[in-house]
Design a protein around this ligand. Structure first.
Ligand code: SAM
Ligand code: SF4
Length: 335
């Protein structure tokens, strides 16, 4: 497809490198009940004013306008999406958009035991949970909040509600939680869960962290392979993401690595992000954003704005070029 064809009104959305855009991550809030070391400062945060945040109806309208242009899969994220009131009502509205085939939610899991059945009933397909530790005290240290929360109980609640395949994401920090990678991986022996290890990225509030805390995925995989041989695996049946998957013999689940720092996956990037205040971001890093809120509230068609955003989607992210100063935290842009 030529650039001219890809800019034809009504044609499927493609960026200037031919990547089609079928996947949207929707941040519904910049707020959170955690203050993870690698994501947010402990205090002094400036939250977005409520009037700047898109309503559920506005979010659904963006999805309705993107769907005929090729959008198929959604992820609801934040901040912590489960602290926005009646989040299941947004799920219900998005489920009603006929073209959408998959709706997932990213959460820290604290509220899953209460919300999982409600979310499932409203039409959510599955959840990803952040699990940086299995030890209560350490969870509180990393999250800098003590919410007396057990991640395995939350994952089981999601599984029992029918929100599988369950993916558990651990941001690995050398010297802080990397002594638990083996225990996290062992969950895959007993449960059909997909445990994914994410390389720490230098975004957001990293005052407590440095490059020495990054554990390259090759080193992590070597440690796990020393326990039992790791075979490449296809991973979960409904994955969208950039993880590479492996499996221990006879394990019920898989082990994945997400490697923004050591191996780029920009070439196959099919995702864009909608921030809580209504900006379309075409790359997680850098500052490529197009405002949709003003045109949306003025009743304009959004397609020209989508196309403008896509024309600016960069070829690869700027972390790789070590341009890392001043990047917005993932909680602000919908990580
Ligand atoms: N609150 C939800 C959660 O924690 O899953 C959803 C939003 S959170 C910003 C989305 C993902 O971004 C989580 O898996 C989190 O661990 C990851 N993340 C945030 N900051 C990160 C960083 N500096 N490096 C790597 N991953 C990060
Ligand atoms: Fe909150 Fe998720 Fe950021 Fe942790 S990673 S502070 S849970 S938004």
């Amino acid at each position: 497809m030529t650039m001219a064809e890809s800019n034809t009104p009504g044609a499927a959305l493609r960026d200037q490198f031919g990547r089609s855009i079928e996947y949207l991550r929707i941040s519904v809030t910049d707020r959170c009940n955690f203050r993870c070391l690698y994501c947010m400062p402990e205090s002094g945060l400036q939250w977005l004013p409520k009037s700047d945040i898109l309503s559920y109806e506005e979010i659904a309208e963006v999805v309705r306008q993107l769907a005929p242009l090729g959008l198929r899969r959604l992820r609801i994220t934040g901040g912590e999406p489960t602290i926005r009131p009646q989040i299941h009502e947004l799920v219900r509205m998005l489920r009603a958009v006929g073209e959408i085939t998959d709706i997932a939610l990213s959460t820290n899991g604290v509220r899953l035991p209460q919300l999982a059945p409600l979310l499932r009933e409203a039409g959510l397909d599955r959840v990803n949970m952040s699990v940086d530790s299995l030890r209560a005290e350490r969870i509180a240290e990393i999250a800098r909040r003590n919410l007396a929360f057990d991640p395995v109980t939350s994952a089981l609640a999601a599984e029992h509600a029918g929100l599988g395949p369950i993916k558990l994401n651990m941001v690995v920090m050398r010297g802080i939680n990397d002594d638990e990678i083996e225990d996290m991986a062992r969950l895959t022996l007993e449960h059909p869960w997909h445990v994914r290890f994410i390389e720490l990225m230098p975004v957001g509030d990293m005052r407590a962290l440095t490059w020495s805390h990054v554990l390259p995925s090759d080193e992590l995989l070597a440690r796990l392979a020393a326990i039992a041989p790791l075979q490449p695996s296809d991973g979960p049946p409904r994955g969208n993401g950039p993880a590479a998957y492996y499996q221990w013999p006879d394990a019920r689940g898989t082990i994945g690595v997400i490697t923004p720092m050591t191996h780029t996956y920009c070439a196959s990037c099919n995702r864009v992000r909608l921030t809580a205040d209504g900006r379309l971001r075409t790359c997680l890093f850098g500052d490529h954003e197009v405002d949709l809120r003003e045109p949306l509230r003025a009743g304009e068609r959004l397609e020209p704005h989508f196309r403008r955003a896509l024309a600016e989607k960069p070829k690869e992210h700027e972390l790789l070029q070590m341009k890392v100063g001043g990047l917005r935290a993932l909680s602000q842009v919908g990580g």
